[in-house]
Design a protein around this ligand. Structure first.
Ligand code: EPZ
Length: 440
């Protein structure tokens, strides 16, 4: 498929699109199916590259996967789970970060696992030290091997007490997927409590797990001996919903996002309103629009839930280039999430990056030389440019900038966006965007 879009920007987006299940939940729920003794069925599954990668990895491990993209249903039958050839698993090296979550389920099912080197967006170092420490604490042996890591469980995994140094989403999921079948009780403090994690807990509870979420980020799991399959409808993708909302604001348009859910987006909605965007919520979705008046500059810090998500930051920054005054954005989750702004500058935006924490509190990156704060001066008209997609969310931001900019932009590397935004070119067309995909 051609990997470049020519976008004729400067026109407001108008219309309606639908978001389906959350990318950052669906892949994890698919991994959870490995733990069941019978088949599982996941609904509201979007057609994105991450679903394909996880399906392939599950199939290599003997799971029978049947995916119907139109209905958005994936059926997973883990009755013949087996150890695949390392060379086969290796073909998926670098494709995604999800394989690290196979560790616990495979250790329970097979007593061993080989996890290929991980992929994912280049937005920071993205270490897996928390994951490996968790697995070791359950009693797993973890060794670095060529092209990945090799794990084994000489004894059945045992429940444990762990405090995370930072409320990592992936590490919390790692712990949940391992603790549900470990012997005894596991207690995790400083856990991540994102809505996608809450929905993974819903899935695990349907499977037979006993999990309680206490106050102050403490999660307690009582291990059980067997889990069954589940049927579940994935929560909607709040990152995709916010991305289209930001596109509506940056282009001066209005977009009805069918499927967007207020409860998962409260912090985004507050911020959207402070910037000057307006929205109307109904039972089926949220309509986001630019009211026509000037947008306002804001101060924003990204944070773990219930804070402002790091994944909402990049699309919103494009809209902030159109707000009056100086906006300050302090990124506290990833140390290198401003790589995308150089393209915006080439389009006319005025953005200065700082190593200092320009926010209410000092974060982990303050003294470590990372350019993790941005000051955005606006409004600046954007003009067309030739730009290259750097990562998933940064890429969508480039697309928004191209849609907002006058003239024809060339956006290269757009297949990266397919990783997390289902049929985004169909949705652009539905919103009246003027573009063509390079055919060579
Ligand atoms: C998940 O990544 C999401 N990815 C990310 O979405 C999202 O930005 C992130 O959570 C935060 O919400 C998926 O769900 C597939 P973390 P994850 O562990 O789990 C540090 C997108 O565009 N850390 O919460 O990998 C880490 O470096 C993606 O959809 C360690 O230091 O994120 C980061 O600074 C991008 N050691 C912080 O914790 C570890 O072992 C948060 O990462 C693990 C994490």
């Amino acid at each position: 498929m051609a990997d470049m879009l020519y976008v004729d920007g400067g026109n407001p987006l108008h219309g309606e699109i639908t978001v389906r299940g959350a990318k950052n939940f669906v892949s994890k729920a698919m991994v959870a199916a490995l733990l069941g003794e019978g088949p599982s069925e996941l609904r509201n599954v979007p057609k994105i590259r991450d679903v394909q990668v996880v399906s392939e990895l599950l199939e290599l491990h003997g799971v029978h996967v049947r995916y119907c993209p139109e209905a958005g249903v994936v059926e997973l039958d883990p009755c013949n789970v087996r150890t695949p050839m390392v060379a086969d698993v290796d073909t998926l090296a670098g494709a995604s970060r999800i394989p690290i979550l196979f560790c616990g389920p495979l250790l329970h099912r097979l007593g061993e696992a080989f996890i290929p080197d991980l992929g994912g967006c280049a937005i920071g170092g993205r270490p897996i030290d928390f994951h490996l420490e968790i697995l070791r604490q359950f009693g797993a042996e973890v060794d670095k091997a060529e092209g990945g890591i090799r794990l084994s469980a000489p004894e059945p995994l045992r429940g444990t007490k762990i405090a995370l140094p930072y409320p990592s989403v992936g590490a919390t999921e790692q712990l949940l997927l391992t603790a549900v079948r470990a012997e005894g009780i596991t207690e995790l403090s400083n856990a991540a409590i994102e809505p996608e994690i809450a929905d993974l807990i819903n899935v695990l509870q349907k499977m037979g797990a006993i999990i309680s979420v206490d106050t102050d980020r403490v999660i307690r799991i009582e291990g059980v001996q067997r889990l069954v399959g589940y049927t579940h409808t994935a929560l909607p993708d709040r990152i995709e919903a916010a991305s289209w909302a930001s596109a509506a604001l940056a282009t001066g348009g209005d977009v009805y996002v069918r499927g967007a859910r207020q409860a998962d987006m409260t912090t985004f909605l507050n911020t959207f309103r402070k910037v000057g965007g307006e929205f109307v919520i109904d039972d089926h979705g949220i309509s986001f629009f630019h009211p026509g008046a000037d947008l306002h500059s804001i101060h924003l810090e990204t944070d773990v839930h219930p804070g402002f998500m790091t994944d909402w930051q990049q699309p919103l920054v494009v809209a902030l280039t159109q707000a009056t005054g100086l906006s300050i954005v302090h990124e506290t989750v990833y140390e290198k999430r401003f790589g995308f702004v150089s393209a915006l500058e080439s389009m006319g935006a005025t953005i200065q990056l700082y190593r200092e924490c320009l926010g209410g509190h000092a974060c982990r990156f303050g003294q470590r030389n990372f350019y993790h704060s941005a000051v955005i001066f606006g409004p600046t008209p954007l003009s067309a440019a030739d730009i290259v997609v750097p990562d998933l969310r940064g890429g969508f931001s480039h697309l928004i900038a191209a849609l907002a900019a006058k003239g024809q932009s060339a956006v290269r590397g757009i297949s990266l966006i397919d990783r997390g935004y289902e049929r985004f070119t169909d949705k652009l067309a539905a919103l009246g965007a003027q573009f063509s995909r390079e055919t060579s």
